[in-house]
Ligand binder design. Structure first.
Ligand code: CMP
Length: 142
């Protein structure tokens, strides 16, 4: 089915100047960018976005990293978009990420791992709504 998923290019990958290379991977996989914005997250925004991880030992480092520089946030749309994006990203820890995945190619550590992608349909809907109003998302009609 055609799905939407939320993708974030994290501060490390923005700093490396590889937004275009990552977008190119999405497009080559048949995913369409139907909404996008560059922004620098506030602490409150980052804490809210990662609220499910609040009790995890890495939470504070994760939030500090996510607000350390600009991020590129997009909604990807396409057949099987959630799983497809996760395949393109590779494992959370770049050491475990398959060769040719975004994290294998651009990430250095589990903390600075280049990209975020929604992990399922419910989180995708929640995460998209966290950053975009419905009229900011432009489904492709041709
Ligand atoms: P992300 O998909 O953005 O979701 C939470 C992030 O926390 C994750 O990617 C990692 O960058 C970061 N993180 C740091 N340590 C861990 C860990 N031990 N397990 C999972 N995520 C971690």
């Amino acid at each position: 089915a055609v799905e939407r998923t939320l993708s974030i290019i994290k501060p490390d990958a923005v700093a490396k100047n590889v937004i275009g290379e990552i977008y190119s991977r999405f497009e080559k996989a048949g995913l369409r960018i139907v909404a996008a914005k560059m922004t620098q997250l506030s602490r409150e925004q980052a804490e809210g976005f990662y609220a499910v991880h609040r009790e995890r030992p890495f939470f504070n480092d994760l939030v500090s990293f996510m607000i350390s520089g600009p991020v590129m946030i997009q909604v990807l749309e396409g057949e099987n978009a959630i799983a497809k994006n996760r395949e393109l990203m590779g494992a959370t820890n770049p050491r475990d990420a398959a060769p040719g995945t975004i994290r294998a190619d651009f990430a250095v550590s589990i903390d600075e791992n280049a990209v975020h992608g929604s992990d399922g349909p419910e989180t995708a809907a929640q995460e998209i709504a966290y950053f975009f109003k419905s009229d900011e998302i432009r489904p492709r009609t041709r």
